[in-house]
Ligand binder design. Structure first.
Ligand code: ARG
Length: 275
């Protein structure tokens, strides 16, 4: 049970950065969801993405767009391009060569849009794929993409405590496939995606967390975005949507079936810019 009462839920206006999937494709495989032999419906991918974009705007959020670049089929997953906290931009450094050119494209966007503190990292970090920001901490995933060195680098740059969490299941290769910040220091997560030690850390920090079951995790239900009241999540995560409503959230199910073929969903398409 949660100590937060239903009436307390309040949306705050967010600022997001997205990237239209103009060049989206699955032409290589760098996570278990990706199968280059399976066809992708580009038009459908675009339509599904446009609905998500429109939904954020209808909820009153500001959404900026970074230009999609040819040859970067995963660029739609803009959450990976950087991490922005207190207006400071920690750039990304991708593990896989296929995505490495996305990092400078994002840094160029930030330079062109008035951000002055932009840091080019030495160690691998894939932006908000592995960093989740709560009021008190930055939660950081490792095991598949981001490294402990990347976590240390983030802590030094932001001056906020970074809590290092180890992922164990290759299907949940980024933290944002296994954990989502709902509000303040309130999170939801799929415990089995983490080592025993990391599960204990999460239980200690978040005794009221919403624990998510395998079925909902398997449809990337945790790859969700919350503004404190509205939670946008994959529509297949039915049980999870009910759990969220019981906690006083409004749920908005979205279908991003084409982007799921790349191993991403709502949160992967959404980088939050925090000031
Ligand atoms: N195909 C991309 C990759 O494997 C998907 C990235 C999804 N993004 C995310 N924030 N989890 O890197």
């Amino acid at each position: 049970m949660t100590s937060v009462s239903v009436q307390d839920r309040k949306a705050t206006r967010r600022h997001y950065l997205m990237c239209r999937p103009a060049h989206f494709d699955v032409s290589y495989a760098i996570n278990p969801w990706m199968d280059p032999a399976k066809p992708v419906d580009n038009e459908l991918a675009l339509m599904q993405w446009e609905l998500l974009y429109a939904l954020y705007r209808s909820l009153g959020h500001r959404v900026d767009l970074v230009n999609p670049e040819p040859g970067l089929p995963d660029m739609v997953f803009s959450a990976n391009g950087a991490t922005v906290v207190d207006g400071r931009v920690l750039g990304a450094k991708f593990l896989n060569a296929e995505r490495s050119a996305e990092a400078p494209a994002h840094r160029a966007w930030f330079r062109a849009n008035g951000f002055t503190e932009i840091y080019e990292p030495r160690y691998v970090n894939e932006g908000e794929g592995d960093f989740a920001v709560t009021d008190s901490w930055i939660l950081a995933g490792r095991g598949f993409r981001c490294t402990p060195e990347g976590h240390r680098e983030a802590q030094e740059f932001f001056g906020r405590p970074v809590i290092s969490l180890e992922l164990v299941d290759p299907r949940f290769y980024h933290l944002d496939t296994a954990l989502c910040v709902l509000d303040g220091d309130e999170v939801m997560y799929y415990p089995e995606a983490f080592t025993l030690g990391s599960r204990e850390v999460l239980a200690r920090l978040f005794p009221d967390a919403l624990l998510v079951g395998r079925q909902d995790a398997d449809v990337l239900g945790l790859n969700a975005v919350s503004d404190g009241l509205n939670v946008i999540l994959p529509e297949a995560a039915q049980k999870l949507a009910g759990q969220l409503r019981a906690r006083g959230f409004r749920t908005h199910g979205t279908d991003l079936s084409e982007l799921l073929k790349g191993g991403g969903s709502v949160k992967c398409c959404t980088q939050e810019l925090r000031f």
